[in-house]
Design a binder for this molecule. Structure first.
Ligand SMILES: Nc1nc2c(ncn2[C@@H]2O[C@H](COP(=O)(O)OP(=O)(O)OP(=O)(O)O)[C@@H](O)[C@H]2O)c(=O)[nH]1
Ligand SMILES: [Mg+2]
Length: 407
């Protein structure tokens, strides 16, 4: 069920609704009926008007559906009222997305993050007469406090659970932070793949680094971040991170719970914004991702727009693209990847500077180490020793400072 206000753009409501249908399939469901409505204003008790509620009820009975999903936030009271009137479970978009995440979570950390998001989402929704009440499943000694209602006990239990999960997550985050610190010490350029879900981030990571991350035609295939080394000519080793994809109206609790995962991209020096060029809603996708980049405070990071799935897109689409710097690729067909690498190298170069080093005959053997570590642009032998012109990053400049003769 799509809902919005008359003042909103109706195509936006419809587009968001078609995405909701995809989300239902991703959650393992099947869509049996679709409704959309734009309202003058929202109703406090049921969000939508009573006429529409009846219409949903009829559709549910006709199609024998057992779930209704509303493409708008609904409060605990609203969902209780709707469930009572319609007679089946009613979820909103956030709950559906959380459900998909719960289905996909593989790692210990991912599972904890999803559980945290679900609990945080549940807390404000808990109202009296709520079907999922924990206390109905038997409380017992030690779970009751004087004068506490069943609802308060439930809330308290959830809060306690949230605290426990947060503590467990802190432990996991510690080890992740150590890995990051190590990378930072090495001063390796760090690229992060970000973008709308299903745009091809994991496929790109696999092609560029020969990793074997699961890449699938489904939303939210990736939840856990993966970081792999990538060798860039002229630069040497760099790292590339693939993480969870974005979507419009991403539940805020999910963003909060996935802070640690997003932290991986926060540490990146350069963002690679991957876009599905063949998706008719491409422009909206870019807008949503740009919005999130601002929300996370990443807007000052250098960014390359990577328009992917060029093989599926009609050639005219390219002329509509305004964003830059950009590159057109097909991760699947391995096309345009060299161009992408070139742009990555250009940006990585801006993190290094050209310096001249001099090695006398006693130290000439070090030239080999230097060649392994950095791109040597020029080598000249003289009677006194060897002169090398190289690109070094800040840390390397410190390490080789004894031999630097010109910066
Ligand atoms: N035709 C075509 N398909 C592609 C291309 N790149 C990726 N795909 C397909 O698009 C689908 C999604 O790819 P993924 O790499 O899983 O996308 P993702 O951005 O990692 O998605 P999430 O992890 O769900 O956010 C897969 O079925 C890929 O095979 C491409 O260049 N051309
Ligand atoms: Mg992925």
């Amino acid at each position: 069920m799509g809902v919005g206000l008359k003042s909103e753009d109706y195509t936006e409501i419809k587009q968001s609704l078609s995405e909701l249908e995809e989300l239902v399939y991703a959650a393992g469901g099947e869509v049996l009926g679709v409704l959309a409505q734009s309202l003058e204003k929202y109703q406090p008790a049921t969000l939508i008007g009573s006429g529409k509620v009846q219409e949903i009820k009829e559709l549910v009975e006709e199609t024998n559906s057992n779930l209704v999903v509303i493409d708008h936030h609904i409060s605990g009271i609203q969902s209780r009222n709707l469930e009572n009137e319609i007679g089946v479970r009613v979820l909103d978009r956030s709950q559906l997305i959380l459900d998909i995440f719960a289905l996909r979570a593989q790692s210990y950390e991912g599972k904890l993050q999803v559980e945290l998001a679900q609990k945080m989402d549940q807390l404000p929704r808990m109202v009296g007469g709520w079907l999922g009440s924990l206390s109905r499943q038997g409380g017992g000694i030690g779970t009751r406090g004087p004068g506490e209602s069943a609802l308060e006990i439930d809330r308290r239990r959830i809060r306690e659970k949230i605290r426990l999960i947060k503590n467990k997550l802190k432990e996991v985050e510690k080890s992740r932070a150590q890995h990051r610190a190590k990378r930072q010490r090495q001063k390796i350029t760090h690229f992060a793949l970000i973008g709308y879900t299903n745009s091809g981030k994991s496929t790109l990571l696999n092609q560029l680094t020969h990793a074997q991350v699961m890449a699938k035609d489904q939303v939210f295939a990736t939840l856990d971040p993966t970081t792999r080394k990538i060798y860039l000519p002229e630069i040497g080793d760099a790292v590339l991170t693939d993480t969870v994809g974005f979507i419009r109206k991403l539940p805020t609790h999910l963003i909060d719970a996935f802070k640690a995962t997003l932290e991986e991209s926060r540490e990146a020096d350069v963002l690679l914004h991957v876009i599905d060029l063949s998706n008719p809603q491409m422009e909206k996708h870019i807008e949503v991702v740009n919005g999130l980049i601002h929300e996370f405070g990443w807007q000052d990071k250098p960014l390359i727009y990577v328009f992917n799935k060029e093989d599926l897109a009609s050639p005219e689409i390219k002329f509509r693209v305004k964003e830059s710097p950009r590159v057109f690729v097909s991760a699947l067909k391995q096309e345009g990847l060299e161009d992408l690498k070139k742009q990555m190298i250009e940006i990585a170069k801006s993190f290094s500077s050209e310096v001249e080093l001099f090695f006398d005959h006693n130290d000439e053997h070090l030239v080999f180490s230097l060649q392994r570590e950095a791109k040597v642009e020029k080598i000249e032998k003289s009677t006194l020793g060897t002169i090398c012109v190289v690109r070094l990053n800040e840390l390397q400049i410190q390490q080789w400072s004894n031999f630097i003769v010109r910066k």
